[in-house]
Write a new protein. Structure first.
Length: 289
């Protein structure tokens, strides 16, 4: 029969385990707190540190919660509070583990030579309803290790990135990426992919004018399926030196709409719109039976 001391110890351990599965941060929090809903922490890094792998960090109210390095499977949810991080988020999770970033606002305040979200390692990174602005590269993917990994960006806004909105340059694992219902604006490169297999759908890549925007989407060393997208006001709208399939998309007000560089091929199903570009450029018309 369990004695009283052992019973109380087991209850305490159970409560501690439950608490660490869910942590909280608040503008009025203190990092010496246990990161509970009633006693929240002040910084995202502290909340992540005390949360168990596979757990969740929730944000109580808008504030600057600073940057964070994530080394475990975890979900960070701003809960629609427009929580802000004036430094970047680095995802460096073990292979096979999933990190989810939801309902966040990440503002670098136009910091030079910095990344908003850096994906270094992990099984999957999900960026869902996230706004990233004011960095050199707003989303940077430069993976280490081996195996397979996946990037998901959906229903998000990426803007005012001085170099790259999304920069995918995986040097390690085989990468797949799905980008849906996302806007990338006011960046020199909307998306640059030099590795991976990408699916890009329902998304907009735009620049204030072609003097600022160099390339809307550049596929070099990667393969991409581009469906129902808008690419507008870049020097080059779509620039491909490997291969891409273009479907139901509009390329408008670019210096050149589409470029097949070298041996690069842009397969078009013939249902795309090229409107008021300096020159429309070239695609390869294909018919799939």
């Amino acid at each position: 029969m369990m004695n009283t001391r052992a019973f109380l110890l087991s209850c305490t351990m159970a409560l501690t385990s439950a608490a660490y599965a869910q942590s909280w941060i608040s503008s009025t929090g203190v990092d010496s707190n246990p990161c509970t809903r009633t006693l929240p922490c002040a910084t995202l890094q502290q909340a992540v540190n005390v949360t168990a792998s596979g757990g969740k960090v929730s944000v109580v109210d808008p504030a600057d919660y600073r940057g964070v390095t994530i080394t475990k499977a975890i979900t960070i949810d701003g809960g629609g509070s427009a929580s802000s991080f004036l430094a970047g988020i680095v995802v460096q999770a073990p292979a096979g583990q999933i990190v989810q970033l939801r309902n966040l606002s990440i503002d670098g305040n136009n910091a030079a030579s910095s990344n908003g979200i850096s994906f270094v390692s992990g099984g999957q990174l999900v960026i869902d309803h996230v706004k990233v602005t004011g960095f050199d590269s707003c989303v940077s993917v430069a993976l280490t290790g081996s195996g397979y990994t996946d990037l998901v960006i959906k229903d998000s806004s990426i803007n005012n990135c001085s170099a790259y909105g999304i920069d995918i340059a995986s040097g390690g694992p085989s990468l797949t990426a799905e980008i849906t219902n996302t806007t990338v604006t006011s960046s020199e490169w909307g998306l640059l992919a030099t590795a991976g297999r990408l699916s890009i759908s329902g998304s907009t890549f735009s620049s204030p004018n072609i003097e600022i925007g160099q390339v809307g989407i550049q596929i070099s060393g990667a393969d991409a399926m581009i469906d129902n997208c808008q690419i507008t006001r870049f020097t080059y709208g779509l620039y491909v030196s490997t291969s891409a399939q273009l479907n139901r998309s509009t390329l408008s007000y670019n210096g050149t709409g589409a470029v097949q560089q070298g041996t690069g091929i842009i397969n078009s199903l013939g249902n795309n719109s090229f409107y008021t570009n300096g020159t429309n450029g070239t695609v390869t018309r294909v018919s799939f039976q």
